[in-house]
Design a protein around this ligand. Structure first.
Ligand SMILES: NC(=O)c1ccc[n+]([C@@H]2O[C@H](COP(=O)([O-])OP(=O)(O)OC[C@H]3O[C@@H](n4cnc5c(N)ncnc54)[C@H](O)[C@@H]3O)[C@@H](O)[C@H]2O)c1
Ligand SMILES: [Zn+2]
Length: 364
């Protein structure tokens, strides 16, 4: 089992461990029982994950004499709203959960974000542990303490920074995860490779060549590499004031494409397109070698993600959504660019004409 410490602000009480391994539920129970931090635990999960894994997770913890209850919420981004958080907190009250209770977020990014949020407001804050079940949650959303829910006006508009007390990554959960969701997580893994670790891209190319994208040893390696990169960035910039922005590589155009598609394109697919756009812009404006930009497109295609904007999509629609982003950021489109693989930086502004050209170039 892989283990790493996330050290926030040099403060022991805000630091936590990330554990990564396969079939580690028994160990999770033992670690929780040993730490003796809580009198009781409440698992929050979605109905879909609950049917696949809920009872098994609860039983593994109860075996260690831990007191455990389970709350379910509907699956999917549609459930990531304040009403669901209120339902969770009402259920917690009905269960008699008190400040000695710890929440366990068992699920993907949706469950992780909304449970983290519920934990940060219930009784002015109770601890939360992340037990991520999607590749995206295992490499990205379970680490770093961003919590939140969507409103009618947009995604993640309500939320808090609330670091978990621990993150337990069991790769065995991925066995039931559909390919489409694996690809979504791989988009973020490719992002980490581009901004920080070209070796991660070598590893991905090797696995694609062997047709091994679901192999345990490979998954464990890329998840550990991703967690190490993300935690290193979060340790330096917990509140997203500077460095953490490099994690948005591919996300500026990605978010615009995702919204313009009416969410028909997944986040991973949209970010894949956004990363190709960012690579092309980096090539044109900042001397990224053409071979590197081509390699990024090739890796994205090879895992089954798109590297082109779908023909039926309207470029002006995407463009106008980028301008909305611009207003939010005080007049500048903050673009994460790369000078070479592993060397990202935040570019304060890109001329509109060049941006338009780049998007046009991504039409098939
Ligand atoms: N907090 C952060 O730093 C951060 C970072 C990135 C993304 N996010 C958020 O994460 C969310 C997306 O997360 P996601 O992609 O994990 O989506 P998700 O949580 O909706 O999960 C995707 C689907 O997979 C199902 N599922 C989950 N685990 C499964 C398993 N092991 N087997 C079978 N099915 C399973 C879920 O029920 C759901 O239907 C977004 O809301 C996004 O805003 C947060
Ligand atoms: Zn993302």
């Amino acid at each position: 089992m892989n283990q790493m410490n996330v050290n926030i602000g040099g403060k022991a009480d805000r630091s936590y461990e990330i554990y990564i391994g396969e079939e580690i539920l028994d160990r999770v129970g033992m670690i929780l029982a040993r730490d003796g931090r809580a009198q009781r635990y409440v698992i929050v999960t979605d109905t879909h994950i609950d049917a696949l894994h809920g009872a098994r997770v609860q039983a593994a913890l109860e075996k260690l004499d831990l007191r455990v209850d389970r709350i379910t919420v509907p699956p999917g981004e549609e459930a990531k709203g304040i009403e669901t958080v209120l339902t969770v907190t009402e259920r917690l009250t009905a269960l008699g959960a008190d400040r000695q209770t710890v929440l366990i977020a068992l699920g993907g990014g949706v469950v992780g974000d909304l449970t983290g949020f519920a934990a940060s407001i219930y009784l002015r804050g109770i601890p939360v542990i992340q037990l991520p079940t999607t590749l995206l949650a295992q490499v990205d959303s379970s680490i770093g303490g961003k919590t939140g829910v969507d409103t009618a006006a947009g995604k993640n508009l309500l939320g808090t920074f609330n670091q978990p007390k621990g993150v337990f990554i069991d790769i065995a959960f991925l066995k039931t995860l559909p390919d489409e969701q694996i690809r979504s997580g791989l988009a973020e893994v490719i992002k980490y490779g581009i901004i920080e670790s070209p070796e991660l891209l070598d590893d991905l190319e090797g696995a694609v060549a062997k047709g091994n994208l679901r192999e345990t040893a490979f998954l464990e390696r890329i998840i550990a590499a991703a967690c190490r990169i993300k935690k290193g960035i979060v340790e330096l910039d917990e509140r997203d004031r500077g460095l953490r922005r490099i994690l948005n590589f591919g996300h500026t155009v990605g978010h615009a494409v995702e919204a313009a598609s009416g969410y028909a394109l997944s986040h991973g697919e949209s970010v894949a397109i956004g990363m190709v756009a960012a690579a092309r812009l980096s090539e044109r404006l900042h001397g990224l070698p053409a071979g590197d930009a081509a390699r990024i497109s090739a890796i994205i295609r090879s895992v089954g993600l798109p590297d082109r904007i779908p023909a039926e999509m309207d470029l002006e629609d995407i463009f106008s959504r980028l301008s909305v982003d611009k207003k939010k950021e005080g007049g500048m489109i903050h673009f994460v660019m790369i000078r070479k693989l592993g060397t990202p930086f935040v570019n304060g502004g890109i001329p509109e004409g060049i941006l338009r050209d780049a998007l046009k170039g991504l039409k098939p």
